[in-house]
Ligand binder design. Structure first.
Ligand SMILES: Cc1cc2nc3c(=O)[nH]c(=O)nc-3n(C[C@H](O)[C@H](O)[C@H](O)COP(=O)(O)O)c2cc1C
Length: 330
């Protein structure tokens, strides 16, 4: 079976399938990135939680010991140690550098001439156009059903993707709510040239997350996620828990940033992700939890996603053939 799904994104990155594993903060290490890339998609190592450039170099070396396929490194902006870690990633000649949560323009300039492809995560046509003008090679757009940080407009993936496809000339990745082959095919049908999946890859054997977190994702329904941090201007979707309900109630009651920030600190997230104390912290998760029922190897997720997209594509082709026959009969 010819199972290639070729787009500008696959050609640009030298990969087989247009699936990008999100830069999952504190969760996406060398093992996950390598497993995704080895299966023909592309994984990313997250820099969140790493101790600095030496630890990043060691993650890159580890990923290279597990796969010869290209992978990326993900940089949420606004942290103090970005420059040194970015230089380490560029020196190591990784295939993909991704920026999110901040103005990527100065950092894209720093990557010039490195040979790395630049992905920028956005949440609206205006930001996508700015990323294109700044030199991004690919933009990913995340709709409001997604896990982690979201745009402020609450625009969902189904509306945002075609709007961004119309707004830029560079290839677009659809993100937010995509966890299987139907989502991949729908994204391609809307003009996206691939998808970025986050929550789906947390529930994999290679993800550096506590089993309790992975199991909770498999058990959750979409209404088991909730958006917090709206009052701070940085909305993010997390898994519902008594802890999160408490934070949401404080926000609704008008709590100040000083009151909220200690409750939503990265260290609180780290504790829940790594120790599995889901009631003493918060973990990111998208509505796509409703499509995830099993913790699986990441490579298996990639293979099944592609096979399902192709099966549904064949079904659509069947529909158009039937339509042609109908037309001939009339
Ligand atoms: C656990 C988790 C951690 C995330 N951390 C990051 C991150 O560090 N950098 C980033 O670019 N996006 C991050 N995201 C957001 C994803 O890039 C993406 O927008 C989102 O996962 C898409 O929605 P989905 O979860 O339904 O696939 C994270 C998402 C999740 C679920």
């Amino acid at each position: 079976m010819n199972d290639r799904l070729e787009t500008r994104v696959t050609r640009m990155l030298g990969i087989r399938y247009p699936i990008v594993q999100s830069g999952l903060a504190r969760i996406a290490g060398a093992e996950l990135a390598a497993a995704v890339s080895e299966a023909g998609a592309i994984g990313q190592i997250s820099t969140v939680g790493l101790d600095g450039p030496d630890e990043l170099r060691s993650e890159i070396r580890k990923a290279r010991s597990l796969t010869r396929a290209p992978f990326g490194v993900n940089f949420p902006l606004g942290r103090a140690d970005i420059a040194a870690m970015l230089d380490a990633a560029l020196e190591a000649r990784v295939a993909l550098i991704a920026f999110t949560a901040g103005n990527p323009a100065p950092w894209i300039r720093r990557c010039e001439g490195s040979g790395a492809r630049i992905l920028v995560l956005t949440a609206g046509p205006e930001l996508a156009r700015k990323a294109e003008a700044a030199g991004a090679d690919i933009v990913a757009c995340v709709g409001f059903e997604g896990g982690g940080h979201l745009g402020r407009t609450e625009e969902t993936t189904l509306v945002m993707v075609p709007r961004i496809v119309d707004a830029v000339r560079i290839p677009v990745l659809a993100s937010g709510g995509i966890a299987d082959g139907r989502g991949l095919l729908a994204a391609l049908a809307m003009g996206a040239e691939g998808v970025e999946m986050g929550t789906r890859f947390v529930a994999t054997t290679e993800a550096r997350a506590h089993d309790a977190y992975k199991r909770a994702l498999c058990a959750a329904e979409p209404e088991g996620t909730v958006v917090i941090k709206r009052s701070l201007g940085t909305p993010g979707r997390v898994l519902r828990s008594p802890y999160v309900q408490h934070v949401a109630a404080l926000e609704a009651a008008g709590a100040s940033a000083e009151e909220l920030l200690p409750l939503i600190a990265g260290s609180v997230n780290a504790l829940a992700v790594q120790e599995g104390h889901l009631n003493q912290g918060y973990v990111w998760a998208g509505q796509s939890v409703g499509l995830i029922r099993e913790v699986e190897p990441a490579g298996e997720v990639v293979r099944r996603t592609v096979q399902q997209a192709l099966a549904y594509l064949a079904r659509l082709r069947g529909m158009t053939r039937e339509a042609e026959i109908e037309v001939e009969r009339t």
